[in-house]
Design a protein around this ligand. Structure first.
Ligand code: UD1
Length: 342
């Protein structure tokens, strides 16, 4: 079976995707510099799948190191490129870190794909590229106009999408699938891998589970005066295992080579929006654990509401994200309990 290079493969979405790839018979080599992940993730992947993926501790922006890697693994047939910095607030404070890391690693990979004849790329993008879509564009599909990015992080996703388009336009051998994720949550049902936020979590679900576990005193809900039914923001929360499976479908499609355009863009979401309040309540209902919360002011840069129209991915990839929310929230809670020995 084909070998897939997974950059950022010990990270949150990467590790779940490696599990799904191996379960479908793919061979995997992970490249990760462990800047925001942990080597023990490999133990979790091995425990779940019975196979330890090859692992290389490298910075994938480093051309010389990556060139050697491609030479060592001449059987790489496709790349899934997750490796990137992803903290919005940090990107505002350290824009150059984001531009050099996120853009630099993609440039290195594209050059090496051409040098080593690897033609298929799956790229991790984000619904952040849509900004706040007009209500007429909700749920948002792939044809919705992109909006000026609100952070350097978001801007790197837009720039990278354009770099991929330009490079594929100039080189007809190259193919890419650009996957725009909505809000990934949850953990593998075994609780052997999951999300490992660094320090105080910025994202909603890890903050909810840490509050439920008593690590944080109180969840702050950022604003209840938005123009939504309960006043809190709305997002499309997608189970990380459903998201991971979409990557396998995208790789299958690229390698099969039939009927696909040179660059394809897919929204990966459930098609249903949940408010912050609905998520907090659903978590308490699913787990039976109380989450103390308070309403505070809006968080700067937050978008009021966005959720996906995933029809293209449903039809073209033959994929849908349909794990019930209760199950997803339980998986997040089981993972948190395991981390805290509860
Ligand atoms: C954003 C981006 C997403 C990006 C991600 C990276 C958008 C629409 N989404 O996610 O593309 O990949 O950042 O981190 O731009 N909230 C609270 N209390 C908390 C934490 C969050 O109320 O302690 C609320 C937020 O205000 C928001 C919702 O929960 O309404 C989700 O927030 P978060 O999990 O941070 O994700 P996004 O900001 O949507």
């Amino acid at each position: 079976m084909a070998r897939i290079l997974v950059t950022g493969g010990t990270g949150y979405i990467g590790s779940h995707t490696v599990v799904c790839l191996q379960e479908q018979g793919y061979d995997v080599v992970i490249v990760d510099n462990l800047s925001n992940s942990n080597i023990e993730v490999l133990d979790g992947i091995e425990a779940i799948t019975g196979r330890r993926p090859d692992f290389e501790n490298l910075d994938c922006a480093n051309y010389i190191h990556m060139d050697r890697l491609f030479a060592r693994y001449p059987d790489i047939e496709a790349i899934i490129h997750f490796a990137a910095s992803k903290a919005i607030g940090e990107s505002v404070e350290q824009p150059l870190k984001y531009y050099s890391n996120n853009v630099g690693s993609l440039l290195t990979l594209l050059k090496l794909m051409q040098a080593h004849g690897v033609n298929s790329l799956v790229f991790s993008s984000s619904c952040t590229v849509y900004g706040q879509p007009d209500t007429a564009h909700l749920p948002v599909d792939e044809t919705a106009p992109l909006q000026p990015a609100l952070s350097p992080y978001g801007h790197t996703k837009q720039i990278n999408e354009q770099i991929i388009r330009d490079t594929c336009y100039a080189d007809s051998n190259l193919h890419a699938a650009i996957l725009r994720y909505f809000n990934p949550i949850g953990a593998h049902p075994s609780a052997m891998i999951g999300e490992l936020p660094n320090g105080v979590p910025a994202n909603l679900l890890p903050f909810v589970t840490q509050t439920a576990a008593g690590v944080r005193k109180c969840l702050k809900i950022f604003g209840n005066d938005y123009n939504t039914p309960d006043g809190t923001c709305i997002r499309d929360y997608i189970y990380v295992m459903d998201l991971a499976k979409a990557h396998v479908k995208a790789v299958d499609r690229m390698l099969a080579g039939k009927g696909r355009a040179q660059v394809e863009v897919f929204n990966l979401g459930t098609g249903r929006g949940w408010s912050v309040m609905e998520i907090v309540k659903a978590f308490m209902d699913a787990t039976g654990v109380r989450v103390p919360y308070e309403i505070v002011g809006r968080r700067e840069g937050d978008i009021e509401q966005v959720w996906a129209n995933p029809t293209r991915a449903n039809k073209v990839l033959g994929w849908s994200a349909d794990t019930p929310m209760e199950e997803v929230l339980m998986s997040a809670w089981n993972w948190e309990k395991k981390l805290r020995n509860l």
